[in-house]
Design a binder for this molecule. Structure first.
Ligand code: DX5
Ligand code: ZN
Length: 222
């Protein structure tokens, strides 16, 4: 069954701590935190001080999804703020991608590598030995509430096959447009972690929404 990572981009920012506590108590597995710089993506969201402030509201692992240029300049700050997993984009301008991945590892965090919809997942292959998680974007990053792009689904099997071939046990997360319906397709395609903003935070009942996402794994086998 897939794990569920509510994306706080869809939370009420005026009471973010309470929102993080709410979904943590409702059965989430991770907290997915979207960091945007207004340059790599058009939007600007949150930075390390906010992550630090949220730390006391949940014991769940924090995934910092960095949609920023030059992530290498900010790894230390995100690690120190209490992130557990730091995801960077393969498309992001940076000194040296391998070096950034190493910096994340050296910071004590787990290492995630994200791939945008237009980017062939094969481009990530040469870095797989350095990562603990692969993130397949199912929307073009920048905003919540966008429509799921089913054409990215085959990437999951492609990267999983390569991981298996190398004997690596690395989970694959999918992010963008995940709801009760698209979660079934994502789970069937092999996603191990479902990041979902709007569907979890804007639903009447977060516990129910999280359960639906998690059960999408079982349903997808039918
Ligand atoms: C998109 C972000 C996603 C987003 C998901 O740029 O990386 O994590 O918050 O939001 P929904 O689930 O509403 O598509
Ligand atoms: Zn995200």
């Amino acid at each position: 069954m897939p794990k569920v990572a509510p994306s706080i981009l869809a939370a009420d920012f005026a009471k973010l701590g309470e929102e993080v506590r709410r979904v943590s108590e409702a059965g989430a597995d991770y907290i997915h935190i979207d960091v945007m710089d207004g340059f790599f993506v058009p939007n600007i969201t949150i930075g390390p001080p906010v992550v630090r402030s949220l730390r006391e509201y949940s014991k769940l692992p924090f995934i910092a999804h960095l949609m920023i240029s030059h992530p290498e300049r900010h790894i230390a700050a995100f690690a120190e703020s209490g992130s557990d997993i730091i995801e960077i984009h393969i498309e992001a301008e940076q000194e040296d991608l391998r070096g950034t991945l190493r910096t994340i590892r050296d910071s004590g965090c787990r290492v995630g590598l994200a791939v945008n919809p237009p980017t062939p997942v094969e481009q990530a292959f040469e870095y797989l030995d350095q990562v603990d998680l692969v993130l397949i974007m199912s929307v073009n990053p920048g905003f919540g509430g966008q429509s799921f792009m089913p054409e990215v689904l085959p990437k999951i099997a492609v990267v999983k096959e390569e991981l298996t071939r190398r004997g690596l046990e690395v989970p694959v997360e999918i992010d963008g447009g995940i709801n009760g319906d698209t979660a079934c397709a994502a789970s069937k395609a092999g996603a191990d972690i479902l990041a979902a903003g709007t569907y979890v935070f804007k639903s009447e009942n977060a516990r129910e929404a999280i359960r639906t996402l998690r059960n999408s794994g079982a349903e997808s086998k039918h």
